[in-house]
Ligand binder design. Structure first.
Ligand code: F6R
Length: 601
């Protein structure tokens, strides 16, 4: 995903900007660029692909004195990954970088084109710089023109702009995408970064801009505004100096950070893919979806649970016959692969050996292949005919969390993309998808409750995670999370399967985590849980509806859509597993016997 850096000062700008971009590399990108203004001279470099391409292009460039500069790593959303679409974007005498999405860019672009402005790129970002220069025609003061520009942008953005009209100043604004302003003891030196990873080691003090903040910075100082009011003495905090702990951003474990991050990475996953009444995947341009009579989903582990979740959505929403396979099974069972099937592999890493082999098999059999993956340029992304990236950012915790959340989101969007839902139903689904970032936010109250509850679940002879329909794959995922990091025995079951055998294990030492959403088969699940309760199993019920036959009860919000219940319960299961593991003294991020990327069969 995109990254932003900015610098004002006497030190070599190129190095500072490129170093900052390197720290943001982990977010994933397809092109990069910098623009530096020294006196009246702009130096601008852009390159496709990895940062070393940009470094090579800018090899002979150095600043010698005071300069201002902005830099960007781009992850294409509007317009293909090309050098022309890479940031910074030029107006006549100004450059801009931007993260996020300007939802009304078409409208603004048409207005500017009607006034004779020519656009070079296909990006939404370019409207910012042209709009700014257009505003300068009526507002001579650049800060005023910038404020009037920002006023007209709808959507999410973090943006930096530099202009020859004021060659010692960087203009900034934040709304919906992260941006940090930083400084150190050196007078008149300032830094910007879309994450503090880009700032550690360079700056000591950071101000985390709030949505709606905008202003400008020059060697004379900072002017910070919010809703036309000037904020005097913004509260800077100390930046951590240790990079590893900084990467954890104050969390105890990467897994914890990644659980909390789900809310923001899901906004990235959705970005640019939702229209008012349709879903759009630029990556699937040219794919004739009407020719598939079935879908085959293949994956391992957590990714398999995403696939299983997706199978409910594909059949229910897209009305396409869907089968799901564990990759290590499909490989050797001499499967009949039908050319009318769209073959979808799902993988966080894009390197899992078994999944990769099934992709090769499908290609060899002449099927159209698609990978849903988190790592660009991974083997699967390179091999598949089509690839949709999940945009979760690097996942360090071995137990997958945000990768699962983003996979399910992409697959839900894909099921809508393939569907022929009536307009109103589609609009309702899209409105629900937009609620995911809010639904997956972790509240202190919830986390505290789970910390407290976790002490009751350190013993016993096993855990059942049970649910029906979409909540069955979620139960499987909850059980996998727990067993991976707590080493306690846990199994996921369809709630309706209990009386076909597993209920024989029921006693007070058997702990059942029951997923009881109100929007999907509540009464049916409830009777299954009651059967366990009647046999004195210990029950922890997760539901928006009071359930008095449980020993513990975790109340969720009364959402109207099953997928919102799904995502809220997903966060609960992840946190519960993590808190149990912490109490047991295990290494949460690196559980025994497990590797992050399984490249052997
Ligand atoms: C569990 C987990 C694993 C992976 C599995 C597939 O938390 O991370 O089960 O999901 O090894 O890996 P990918 O998705 O990289 O193919």
């Amino acid at each position: 995903m995109c990254g932003i850096v900015g610098y004002i000062g006497q030190n070599p700008s190129k190095k500072i900007l490129l170093d900052g971009l390197k720290e943001l590399e982990y977010r994933g990108y397809d092109s990069a660029g910098i623009a530096v203004l020294e006196g009246d001279d702009f130096s601008i470099y852009k390159a496709l692909g990895k940062l070393h391409n940009l470094e090579e292009k800018a090899h002979d460039f150095e600043t010698h004195d005071f300069a201002i500069g902005i830099g960007h790593t781009r992850w294409a959303t509007h317009g293909k990954p090309t050098e022309l679409n890479a940031h910074p974007h030029l107006g006549q005498f100004s450059y801009v970088v931007h993260n996020g999405i300007i939802e009304n860019y078409q409208e603004l672009k048409s207005m500017l084109q009607s006034k004779g402005v020519t656009f070079l790129s296909q990006t939404d970002t370019e409207v910012i710089v042209h709009l700014f220069e257009h505003m300068l025609l009526t507002h001579k003061e650049p800060s005023e023109a910038f404020a009037r520009t920002i006023e007209q942008l709808h959507g999410a953005y973090a943006t930096l702009l530099i202009t020859k009209q004021s060659p010692d100043t960087i203009y900034f604004a934040k709304h919906g995408s992260p941006m940090i302003l930083a400084k150190n003891a050196t007078h008149g030196e300032y830094f910007f970064g879309s994450s503090d990873a880009a700032l550690i080691g360079k700056a000591t003090q950071a101000y985390y801009l709030e949505d709606g903040d905008y202003g400008y910075v020059s060697p004379q100082g900072i002017v910070l505004k919010h809703a036309n009011r000037t904020i005097e003495n913004p509260a800077f905090t100390t930046l951590p100096s240790d990079r590893l702990s900084a990467q954890k951003e104050g969390f105890r474990y990467f897994m914890e950070k990644e659980i909390y991050e789900q809310s923001t990475v899901l906004a990235d996953t959705l970005m640019g893919r939702l229209r008012d009444d349709s879903v759009y995947f630029e990556e699937l341009a040219g794919l004739d979806t009407r020719r598939f009579s079935q879908i085959k989903l293949v994956a391992c582990g957590t990714s398999y649970h995403s696939a299983l979740t997706a199978s409910y959505l594909f059949e229910r929403l897209a009305k396409i016959h869907t089968t799901v396979e564990v990759a290590s099974e499909l490989r050797y069972r001499e499967p009949l692969l039908d050319k009318n099937a769209l073959f979808i592999v799902i993988s966080q890493s894009g390197e899992t050996a078994d999944t990769l082999e099934t992709l090769k098999m499908a290609k060899a059999a002449g099927l159209t292949t698609l990978v849903v993956c988190n790592v660009d340029n991974s083997s699967m992304v390179r091999l598949a005919d089509y690839a949709i990236l999940t945009r979760a950012g690097i996942e360090k915790g071995v137990a997958s969390t945000k990768a699962f959340a983003t996979q399910v989101t992409v697959l839900w969007m894909l099921s809508l993309f393939l569907s022929a839902l009536p307009k109103e139903r589609m609009q309702a689904e899209i409105a629900t998808l937009r609620q995911l970032p809010e639904t997956t936010k972790v509240s202190d109250t919830l986390h505290e409750k789970l910390k407290r509850l976790s002490k009751r679940y350190l013993y016993g002879h096993g855990f059942f995670f049970i649910g029906r329909d979409l909540f069955y794959p979620l139960a499987l995922e909850g059980a996998l999370k727990l067993k991976e990091i707590s080493y306690l025995h846990a199994e996921g079951y369809p709630a309706g399967e209990m009386k076909h055998g597993p209920i024989a294990l029921a006693d007070p030492e058997l702990i059942t985590i029951a997923l009881m959403p109100q929007t999907l088969l509540y009464e049916k699940t409830k009777s299954n849980v009651e059967e366990l309760s009647a046999r004195d199993a210990t029950i922890c019920a997760i539901s928006p509806l009071e359930f008095d036959k449980s020993d513990d009860f975790i109340r969720t919000h009364a959402h109207a859509h099953p997928m919102l219940e799904f995502f809220e319960m997903m966060v609960i299961l992840q946190l519960l597993a993590m808190e149990i593991s912490i109490r047991l003294g295990n290494d949460v991020d690196m559980p025994r016997n497990l590797a992050k990327s399984v490249t052997v069969e």
